[in-house]
Ligand binder design. Sequence first.
Ligand SMILES: [Zn+2]
Ligand SMILES: [Zn+2]
Length: 336
Amino acid sequence: MKTVLAALLSLFCLMAPLANAEPSTGSIDVHWDPGSADCQGHPPRPLQVHRYDERTYILRESLCQTYEGPFIYLLIGSSKALLIDSGDVADASKAPLAATVIALLPQVNGARMPLEVVHTHSHLDHRAGDVQFAGLPQVTVVGADLPHVIQTFGFRHWPDDVAQVDLGDRVVDVIPTPGHTPSHVSYYDRSTGLVFSGDFFLPGRLIIDDVDADRASARRLLDFLGNRPVSYILGGHIELDRHGQPEPMGSNFHPDERPLPLDMADLRKLPAMLAGFNGIYGQSGEYVMYSQARMLQLMAAAALLLLAIITLTLVWWLRHRRRRRADPALATSLPT
Ligand SMILES: [Zn+2]
Ligand SMILES: [Zn+2]
């Protein structure tokens, strides 16, 4: 009997970590508001909130408030809550993000749970809402620039190490994924198996301003996720329709938007896609990849070239006219 009990105990000890490793399930069954073809006449709600599970919320700012339609994620632990990104709308009267998030926070020891506002990266459409949280009690807003990211999360070998945020019974890993911007990070929530990939990896346009860093980030994230359970990979925007076509740039209306989640099979394709990217513009399947910085440089170079051609043509024409006036014989022989 003792032997059987010992065997059962050993089996339990072996199974326990596996049971812990199994992520909790949640609902991703949500139809996101499509925005509107007439934002003035028929505006949708400014902020949509989806409850993934009792401790996880996905929020999205209306496409009428901002064509970016950014996604914002709220993770609640037992001692602290984490808000990943704060969206594109600073004005609380247009999108009351802070009030909405604060209302979702539970009480801890008779007080509202502390909240930490962090970001996937420093682009304004992911942090414009920070101002709504400024000065609120029990709320910390972390800067999105690289020094703040390194210091706050405690990276010691950026971008080669992984940091953790402990929310109390809920640990979130912070994985450096620079390339879209220098301080971009992705988050892995161990309790749900959700990955929050910001603009590094999303269903849409992949803007890559540092190709080498982005390629390394893809390998790093894949290495990290390795055999870890991944439920869904959730990015910062949806920019594709159900047929895989990019939504028009700047559109406030996505009537046929594809679902938000990506999965590991999608992520595993990323290194090959990035290997084939020429650093300026490229397309692989549904994904459009481009470097905003390089394209701006090319446009500036093209504008300078055009200016040079116009100037040279003008100089030639003025000289030609002067010569023609100075020499009447030339004036009669040359075409006008
Ligand atoms: Zn971005
Ligand atoms: Zn963005």
